[in-house]
Design a binder for this molecule. Structure first.
Ligand code: GLN
Length: 420
């Protein structure tokens, strides 16, 4: 037989992923680090005889807290991109498990009269070396409040190399081989429409990832629960109603004003998948309760933001010529809502893994985070069947989520296919 070397090889990749969900409070870096280590050690102890994780993800601004009010407020917590407590912790975790670690932290670049500030995520490799630094591209109001700058490079992709984590299924091989995955990072608001002003259906981040053929998408987040008071909460009365509801929830749950800390949720069981619940069946204004259960309103919303990765039977009725003005010319995208000029659904028959490491807890008695850190696999199937744009869509597998309000660790084995 002739050599097969020119044909595409299908590799089955198996990764062990850990997500650490934290409730960091501003001004308590030492305590935040202590609880981060407590969780890492609980993970280590309970898997002592098993394989260590290949990647550990921490939230956005994981050790400093998020709700900074001004430049002066955040400056003492900022650090250069190769320095400071967050990078130190990432390096140590990487060396402990021989894994990649991704952690969000506030970055300071000392250059010119005023330091430049970014909301960044550091990546360290299994030897503890820092290999990548991503800066948030789309900023949230809070980032603006402390003078954060946008990533001048925009969304970015980078390779992550995993040793002995792939198997050639085209040849039914049992031998393990290395694989390099096309990877990107999205920090929280990166998943939203730019400044909440861009058209919702542009799905900028998801479209970028479909177009780049990224396979591993890593999201450190500080995403809010709907109970939170925000700049969108409207007139003062609406905000005060929300504040009262938060007070009530705190009392009912028997937690301090900053939310739950130290009551850890450990979810290590692969069979503990997240039940699918339709968007219509979840109230968007859920109370802050059942802290050990995921916030399904946000889970459904996050899935919606990855619409270009979702199978949708409806695409069959989109005429290709209607796409032309949407993808042509100066537009930076190849596809729109998952469809391109050459393919009804660009992501068909592909796989991608999305990791969302969100913080939990409450800051300033008014800012409530949604927790619900989770692992999702987009399987590229069901193109002719699926119609839902929420967790009911079978082309997304909900491999597990933590609860909305407890610190903890989510550990899952994920298996997916890539072609090389
Ligand atoms: N869209 C996000 C939210 O509403 C943004 C928060 C963030 O960037 N931290 O929670």
């Amino acid at each position: 037989m002739l050599s097969m070397s020119n044909s595409a090889r299908t590799l089955s990749v198996s990764l062990r992923i850990a997500i650490v969900q934290l409730n960091p409070q501003i001004g308590q870096v030492k305590q935040n680090i202590e609880r981060a280590w407590e969780l890492v050690h609980k993970l280590k102890d309970s898997i002592s005889k098993e394989r260590a994780p290949d990647l550990v993800l921490f939230p956005e601004l994981a050790l400093t807290g998020y709700n900074f009010l001004s430049r002066e407020h955040i400056l003492p917590y900022t650090s250069a991109k190769n320095d400071g407590p967050s990078i130190d912790l990432a390096k140590e975790v990487s060396r402990l498990f021989k894994c990649y670690t991704v952690i969000g932290y506030p970055e300071r670049v000392d250059q010119g009269p005023e330091p430049i500030l970014y909301n960044s995520a550091a990546v360290t490799d299994p030897t503890g070396k820092q290999i990548f630094n991503y800066r948030k591209s789309f900023l949230y109001y809070t980032d603006d409040d402390w003078g954060c700058q946008e990533n001048p490079l925009g969304f970015q992709s980078f390779p992550l190399h995993f040793k002995n984590r792939a198997r050639n299924v085209s040849e039914d091989s049992s031998e393990l081989e290395d694989v390099t995955l096309r990877t990107s990072i999205g920090i929280c608001m990166d998943l939203s429409p730019y400044k909440f002003e861009a058209p919702f259906y542009d799905f900028e981040f998801a479209t970028y990832n479909v177009d780049q053929r990224n396979e591993l998408i890593i999201c450190p987040m500080a995403w809010l629960h709907s109970a939170s008071v925000t700049k969108n909460s409207g007139p003062a009365t609406a905000a005060s109603v929300k504040l009262e509801a938060i007070q009530k929830a705190i009392k009912k749950e028997g937690i301090p004003a900053c939310g739950s800390q130290g009551n850890y949720q450990l979810s290590f069981n692969n069979s503990d998948v997240t039940p699918r619940i339709a968007r219509e069946s979840v109230s968007p204004d859920d109370n802050y309760e059942e802290l050990d259960k995921p916030d399904m309103s946000n889970v459904n919303y996050w899935i919606l933001r990855f619409m270009p990765f979702l199978a949708l039977r409806q695409r069959a009725s989109w005429p290709a010529r209607s796409l032309e003005p949407l993808v042509a010319g100066s537009r930076k995208r190849r596809s729109y809502m998952g469809a391109s000029l050459t393919s009804q659904w660009e992501f068909r028959n592909r796989n991608a893994i999305v990791l969302m490491g969100n913080r939990c807890g409450i800051e300033d008695a008014n800012t409530v985070y949604a927790g619900s850190s989770g692992i999702y696999k987009f399987n590229g199937k069901f193109a002719d069947a699926a119609t839902d744009i929420d967790s009911l869509n079978e082309s997304v597998e909900l491999l597990g989520n933590l609860g909305k309000g407890l610190e903890g660790v989510l550990l899952r084995d994920v298996t997916f296919e890539v072609t090389r």
